[in-house]
Design a protein around this ligand. Sequence first.
Ligand code: RI2
Length: 311
Amino acid sequence: MTRPMEDLLDTAERIRSMEIRGAALIGRAAAGALKEFALAIEPSGIDEFNAEVGRAAEILLDTRPTAVSLSNAIRMVMRYRGDDLDSARSSLANNADQFVERSLKAIERIGEIGSRRIRDGDVILTHCNSSVALSIIRTAHDSGKEIKVIATESRPRYQGHLTIKMLDGWGIETELVVDSAVRTVINEVDEVIVGADVITANGSLVNKIGTAQIALAAHESRTSFMVAAETYKFSPETIMGELVPIEMRAAEEVYPKISELKHVRVRNPAFDVTPHQYIDVICTEVGAIPPEMSYLIIKEMLGWEIEGRVR
Ligand code: RI2
């Protein structure tokens, strides 16, 4: 196996095992891996180049089935043009750089837009570890608003532990709760802010398992529910009628000794679906929108023609 392929497989494995995780980071890591691969391979001509990067794109796409940031990132990188090797390589590398830059700028911009909705003294509940939701929280704190955050553990992978360390580092008052304590604390919460793995054409949210229950509790207690999502988290495939595949992960993530039990199995879906009726606003880099506008975002920002689809 060639060295570039070894490196690409290594990144793919790190995404699959969640060493690299978080929808935005997965997209940027895949774009970067594809660029490094394209610059390192030594094909005999443009046709071989196209075939090799196409194979590499498929390997990356297979790592995590739900997050649309991955397929949108790869699709943007694969829109390279070039009749010869050099121009194709540099076009692909440019696309990858642009995706990474766009992602980082979007996260910053969403921080600015979303933080305007946070008032001095607010208590915010967040779930899992979303770089985009945390950008809003951090920007609100940096602008001088006194806020408190309640963070869920986010079983089974405990991404909440990453969240509380980040919040602690920024000097934000934080309380950690187990996932099942959400109903108990929700009446103290002013707004829930979560990230997104996918926003569908009808404005529903696919996010870390447990999000839908939080939305239900927020809805019942009239607590505002805000989603932070860059436009590349919106799914063009859902306009074409496709359902979002929900990643099922290993039983051992939930119960490590499962193999000792004969009559028990573990179901471990990584994500769930929150209906758009429970979402007050989606903060994107092009504005704070109602979920019902998701179709327009997909049409305007991503293009939803079938041509050019990686899959
Ligand atoms: P950002 C995560 O998935 C969580 O579901 C989180 O809400 C989402 O990605 C978005 O993260 P996982 O990779 O892109 O932990 O906002 O399964 O960082």
